[in-house]
Design a protein around this ligand. Structure first.
Ligand SMILES: [Zn+2]
Length: 465
């Protein structure tokens, strides 16, 4: 029984998909004007874990992620500049070049962190027509008004506006926005279509019934979710910073246009924080995957850290903490390598024992993705004397389908310590001319799946496939 925390109901719920064993997931993707930092990537790690857990439970997933390449402004209050246009000016490139470059960089980050790619990638600029269609429907139903700045959604017209807010609702109403677009009726109203100001030539702009301009950021996700997953779909995810405005406004548009909730489950990952506060590009304190590798650390050390904090708790980051994560990961690899080589010799295994641990693991991960507890169980398996190496080997590889720490690669690529010791022993016999003994050891190595070949540079070890 899989339980997930739903921001919509503010409680853990037993997960029930719309269609038997199929799950539709939509996750808000990157705005491709700069490198993703570790705080951004934490959200994608959480979503990756969620997907892996759903798969572990036997669900077949259809996952859609957008690439925001237009319309995301530097301020959430519909003022400020388009992040892409700003990035293009900074780097003296076209917006299209900027978008392509940072999209590639983002996909590379995902690979480094072992995050599985979505089934469908879709760019905001590839759904302009659908976005215009949605705005037309909203206009027809009386939810919009036009001002000099563009076409806005009138939030006072929607009875249930702010479904995700919970008790914070009152606070938002009282809290005064610093900036407000001239002519906006309510502080929470948001831009559906921004008009290009007179005398300005944007690199990205399109014709619309209301004039030349570009879509507001909150419309693309509604259109893409609806296009590929239908409405409602099962799960919508993002960072907690999306609850207040972006996801609230996605829900508002779907409800106004279609009379339905956009998705049944809304899940949000917490922030990564530094001792001095939030990691943000505007604060100039961002850490990227590249900065991790530049320091000689593994990106997967960060994945390990992210696993070690529950996705709904704040993750504190510092280089010392990352190094501790790297040490834990190296330790795991070392132990797993030993288990792998022992497992070849001690083949004892009891299916019931394996199942007991597997069920325990499933129970833990199905409790709203309790990965810190799952990691603790993993270490228990590594250390216990109650399991044989073969049993440990099998369990750890199964656990790693969720953790994604590349244990399979360790088993495949690294020559276990035990084999290395045997090779060394054989070399000593060869040097002292004890050929028969050397040959016996070669047979022993072969029996556990490795082949030694003598070359002028010394012995070469290969795994027999
Ligand atoms: Zn979104």
């Amino acid at each position: 029984m899989l339980k997930l925390y739903n921001t919509l109901s503010r409680k853990k719920e037993v997960f029930k998909p719309l269609k038997d064993k199929r799950v539709g997931i939509y996750t808000c993707g990157p705005t491709v004007y700069w490198f993703a930092h570790l705080g951004n990537l934490r959200t994608y790690l959480f979503e990756d874990i969620l997907k892996r857990i759903l798969e572990f439970n036997g669900y077949k997933i259809k996952h859609v992620m957008n690439i925001t390449d237009v319309g995301h402004l530097t301020s959430d209050a519909d003022t400020g500049e388009d992040k892409l246009e700003k990035g293009a000016r900074r780097e003296r490139k076209t917006v299209w070049e900027i978008a392509e470059f940072y999209t590639k960089a983002f996909k590379k980050d995902l690979k480094f962190l072992n995050i599985k790619e979505p089934d469908i990638w879709i760019k905001a600029t590839d759904t302009i027509k659908e976005q215009l269609d949605l705005i037309k429907v909203l206009e027809k139903k009386g939810f919009t008004y036009k001002i000099e700045d563009g076409v806005y959604f009138d939030t006072s017209k929607l009875k249930n506006y702010g479904r995700l807010w919970g008790s914070k609702k009152m606070k938002v109403k009282a809290g005064a926005r610093v900036e407000m677009v001239k002519g906006k009726k309510n502080p929470t109203d948001f831009a559906l279509w921004k008009l290009t100001p007179r005398g300005v030539k944007r690199q990205m702009e399109w014709d619309s019934p209301w004039g030349r301009g570009f879509p507001g950021w909150h419309t693309e996700c509604v259109v893409m979710g609806a296009k590929f997953l239908g409405v409602p779909f099962d799960i919508h995810c993002g960072g907690i910073d999306h609850i207040q405005i972006h996801h609230t406004n996605e829900i508002a548009q779907a409800e106004a246009a279609l009379g339905k909730i956009l998705a049944n489950y809304w899940m949000h990952g917490e922030f990564l924080v530094l001792k001095e506060g939030k990691m943000a590009k505007s604060k100039g304190n961002i850490v990227t995957v590249e900065s991790i590798t530049k320091k000689g650390l593994k990106p997967l050390a960060y994945r390990y850290l992210a696993l070690n904090t529950h996705y709904r708790s704040k993750l504190t980051f510092s280089w010392e903490i990352l190094i501790a994560g790297q040490n834990a990961l190296d330790n795991l690899y070392q132990k797993f390598s030993e288990i792998t080589s022992d497992a070849k010799e001690i083949k004892k295994e009891s299916p019931t024992k394996i199942d007991d641990y597997k069920n325990k693991f499933l129970e833990i991960i199905n409790d709203d993705l309790n990965m810190p507890k799952a990691l603790a169980l993993m270490w228990q398996v590594v250390k216990t004397k109650k399991l044989s190496p073969k049993e440990k080997y099998k369990l750890l590889l199964q656990f790693d389908e969720i953790f994604g720490l590349n244990l399979k690669k360790v088993a495949e690529s690294e020559i276990p310590q035990k084999i290395m010791e045997l090779v060394k022993e054989r070399e000593n016999y060869r040097k002292s001319g004890q050929w028969q003994k050397a040959d016996q050891i070669r047979q022993k190595i072969k029996a556990v799946g490795y082949w030694v070949e003598d070359t002028p540079e010394g012995p070469k070890i290969k795994k027999i496939s």
